[in-house]
Design a binder for this molecule. Sequence first.
Ligand SMILES: [Fe+2]
Ligand SMILES: [Fe+2]
Length: 166
Amino acid sequence: MKKYDNTEFYNIISPIIQNSDFLKLKNIKHHGITRYDHSMRVAYFTYFVTKGLGLRYKEATEAAMLHDFFTDEVVEDNGVGRLRKHPNYAVMNAKKYFSLSDMQEDIIRCHMFPVTFTPPRYLEGWIVDLVDDFAALYEKSLSTKKELSAATTFLFLLVLQYIKMR
Ligand SMILES: [Fe+2]
Ligand SMILES: [Fe+2]
């Protein structure tokens, strides 16, 4: 069963999720999940919000799916460099395989505003920027919960061991 069960959504992103380079994102960690799953979440919510608002939702959904299309280009960069540069790598990779409209290129390039300094030129771009932020917060909170629960289990086992030893 599909996680995001919407036929139109799948039809829009289908050429992207059949691209072998894009599928590499399934093996890359991103906010405690995979970059592929993060991109899927951002694209799915972008689809609903932009469609609901009567915007160019197909273009916006494709751009949202491609917004973090980078693999090992940023390995050399430190934290802030990585945050600032990865949108450009995503545009570069997306253009290798897909023809991007002006709006789609702008959405991908500006999705890290205000970390990158240029604001999106289109409302669709502001929506992807916001949806990405909310998705990142949600995903980070989930992985923090997992870490907390693992730490609690570890502490519990330690206490148990201590009690046994007495
Ligand atoms: Fe990003
Ligand atoms: Fe992202």
